[in-house]
Write a protein that binds this ligand. Structure first.
Ligand code: HEM
Length: 165
């Protein structure tokens, strides 16, 4: 227990809670709210409901994105900056995760924005929610791979030491 890192535990906890909240919200919209509202509400009522939800959800979504970026950066700094770890293969895999996460944030912000710049995205919400959820599932898998890669990494110091021996 000498190396028990409370800071890392709290950071990882907030990271995973933020991911659950943001991705869970998107899954609920895709599989329950959107189909139910489309089949039961007329366009006017649906639009008013969407706006009322948007005003509330935007704040939570922005907080989740900020927390994911902050805690993700902290996790990376604590766990994955050399010499704690060999850059290969961890860093390229992390790069793929980061790009996928940026794409997820962009879709989530686009879907919950009122800007005309996202009009095409708004016209096919179901498709973009499917893309967002597929990317999010891939990100959780990649995160697990990163954890395993790190667990099997001897660390640069010990690797250098074993080369010298
Ligand atoms: C949609 C966005 C994201 C999701 C769903 C997500 C999910 C996760 C999950 C589930 C873990 C725990 C993996 C495990 O221990 O098995 C994790 C770890 C981690 N995440 Fe994220 N994350 C996201 C965004 C980010 C971002 C933006 C960053 C960087 C700025 C980041 C950096 C990290 C790091 C460094 C770890 C530790 C990986 C390791 O164990 O070596 N994540 N993430």
């Amino acid at each position: 227990m000498d190396n028990f890192n409370w800071f890392l535990l709290i950071s990882r906890w907030i990271h995973i809670l933020s991911a659950i909240t943001a991705v869970g919200g998107a899954a609920y919209v895709r599989f329950a709210l959107l189909p139910a509202a489309t089949s039961t509400l007329n366009d006017d009522v649906h639009e008013r409901l969407r706006e009322a939800i948007r005003l509330r959800w935007m704040k939570i979504l922005h907080a989740c994105i900020a927390l994911l970026l902050i805690t993700g950066g902290l996790n990376f700094w604590i766990l994955a900056v050399p010499p704690k770890i060999h850059p290969l293969p961890y860093h390229p895999i992390f790069g793929v995760k980061l790009l996928a996460a940026i794409a997820v944030f962009w879709i989530a912000i686009g879907l919950s924005s009122r800007s005309q710049a996202f009009a095409k995205m708004h016209a096919s919400r179901k498709k973009w929610l499917n893309i967002l959820l597929t990317l999010a599932a891939a990100i959780v898998l990649i995160s697990g791979i990163l954890s395993q890669v790190r667990a099997h990494d001897p660390g640069m110091h010990s690797a250098a030491a074993s080369t010298i021996q």
